[in-house]
Design a protein around this ligand. Structure first.
Ligand code: ATP
Ligand code: MG
Length: 475
């Protein structure tokens, strides 16, 4: 009698009987049948669009001694406890989920195997998958997203795993290159930041940590990170379309309030999600808003190099940003908040609709003084062209008092964003945006550092406890 029989008991048994005259043997084989073990590994998600996706998985390591007949698939919206059965009649190792998924929502999946003797325990949970949001007009273009929790790799070299292709851009702390992953051939963007000091390493690592919390289709996501002597490298999804403003000025592009509402609402959806996660971006500006591809109108926010997590009751003061886009509280070296980003969105929207930069002075010092004084206005031409609700939207963002500004959630519900019928269909001028872009390029070389120093000087005036060391000749 074998009690509590298990898989290990199966096999060939030999019974041997012996007396003085000899022995005789009898063989018999024993198969222990049970329900299968769970499917091995986690299910993979692909072809994610608004409300459908494809799951694929591997069979169980052990079928329970009886062939697997079918699989059952369960889904759970992120943040809920209970799993819901999608199907229990799937007879292959992939399944197209096309019902019950809500655009913009996040889900996880798991699979069980069934044979003639029962149903397995569930297999590993899939990575979290974010459905494309409902506003995405051409869902087929949204690349399938599989978000992973990135940890900084200190053993491998990025050069061993990726081929370095052309340079994509220059930033304040390093350079961005196009990369190709050797194993998969996938194209990525690699952000190489110089990190010799402990402080620089900590900054780059914090960018990775924040990006791990920012899994949203309107925010660039991080797929890997490496720390090598002198460098930290973030490997990001590659975004092919270039800066939004460059696209807008292209000849074949329509530029009206309606198209601008579309961009602003996408940006708001990404920023709103960030704020929900307790994170402020602190460097929102046109060059950090890029298009998904050359042929569609979806955008993503990049560059979380200055982003910070805000904890309730812990004031955070920063000395950073880009002069034209920073909020008055940053210049005054007062605590920042989520609406600090909303000010920058006000400036971006102002430029988008008018081509004028509302606070731009002859030099950065003047720009910062214009922001501090809080005076801005539309020039006559713009004032005449824009709808009242567009102007109201900008006015509610460019409030000197940060508590009076719209939050991301309120901004999404502002009539200009929400009710497309009221925005104007007049063609807006691209000429001034072209001038803005030309000036931005010309300014970029080496100016950012000076701007920060000047900001440090200004803040030094208003906050005697902090004493950034700068050279007063910049005034
Ligand atoms: P930081 O403020 O952390 O110094 P940065 O300005 O140095 O940031 P990014 O803004 O992240 O760095 O990148 C610099 C430029 O590289 C961008 O303006 C853009 O042109 C290009 N770039 C960055 N990330 C990507 C990406 N994921 N795909 C394609 N191009 C990118
Ligand atoms: Mg940048």
């Amino acid at each position: 009698m074998i009690r509590q029989v298990s898989e290990e008991d199966s096999g060939s048994y030999t019974l041997c009987v012996q007396d003085q005259t000899g022995s005789i043997q009898h063989h018999s084989s024993l198969a222990v049948v049970d329900h299968p073990s769970p499917p091995s590994g986690k299910p993979l998600v692909s072809a994610v669009v608004q409300s459908s996706l494809t799951l694929s998985w591997s069979g169980p390591c052990y079928d329970g001694g009886s062939a697997v007949l079918r699989y059952s698939i369960e889904v759970k919206p992120v943040g809920r406890d209970s799993w819901k059965l999608l199907t229990d009649t799937c007879t292959s190792t992939s399944f197209h989920v096309k019902e019950g998924l809500v655009p913009g929502e996040q889900y996880q999946f798991r699979v069980r195997a069934t044979n003639a003797y029962g149903v397995s325990e569930p297999g590993a949970e899939s990575d979290i998958v974010v459905m494309a949001s409902s506003r995405d007009e051409d869902p087929e273009c949204e690349e399938p997203v599989e978000y992973t929790e990135v940890t900084v790799n200190t053993t491998d070299r990025v050069d061993n795993l990726y081929i370095k292709l052309e340079k994509l851009g220059m930033g304040k702390f390093g350079q961005v290159y196009k990369l190709q992953e050797k194993r998969t051939g996938k194209i990525r963007a690699g952000k190489f930041s110089k990190a010799r000091l402990q402080k620089d390493i900590a900054n780059a690592r914090s960018e990775v940590e924040l990006m791990n919390k920012l899994h949203h289709p309107r925010l660039v996501h991080c797929v890997a990170a490496f720390q090598e002597p002198g460098w930290v490298i973030l490997v990001l999804e590659y975004i092919a379309g270039g800066e939004l403003f460059e696209r807008i000025v292209a000849d074949d592009f329509e530029h009206t309030e309606i198209t601008s509402v579309d961009y602003m609402s996408q940006i708001l959806s990404g920023v709103g999600y960030m704020h929900q996660q307790g994170i402020v971006h602190l460097d929102l500006k046109p060059e950090n808003i890029v298009c998904v591809s050359k042929v569609d109108t979806r955008v993503k926010i990049i560059d979380f190099g200055l982003a910070r997590k805000l904890e309730p009751g812990v004031p955070v003061k920063v000395l950073q940003g880009t002069a034209e886009f920073v909020a008055p509280e940053v210049i005054a070296y007062e605590p920042v908040g989520f609406t600090t980003d909303m000010w920058s969105l006000g400036v971006i929207c102002f430029i988008l609709l008018s081509g004028e930069s509302p606070f731009q002075g002859e030099n950065d010092t003047e720009t910062l003084q214009n922001i501090t004084s809080g005076n801005w206005e539309f020039d006559e031409e713009t004032d005449a062209v824009l709808s009242d609700s567009a102007k109201d939207f900008i006015r509610r963002l460019l409030q000197k008092n940060m508590k009076s500004r719209l939050t991301a959630e309120q901004a999404v519900n502002h009539p200009w964003i929400k009710d497309k019928a009221i925005s104007s269909t007049k063609t807006l001028s691209k000429e001034k945006i072209k001038k803005f872009l030309a000036r931005q390029k010309w300014q970029k070389t080496g100016k950012a550092v000076l701007a920060l120093k000047r900001m440090a000087m200004l803040s030094h005036k208003s906050d005697s406890n902090s004493s950034p060391t700068t050279d007063s000749k910049f005034f």
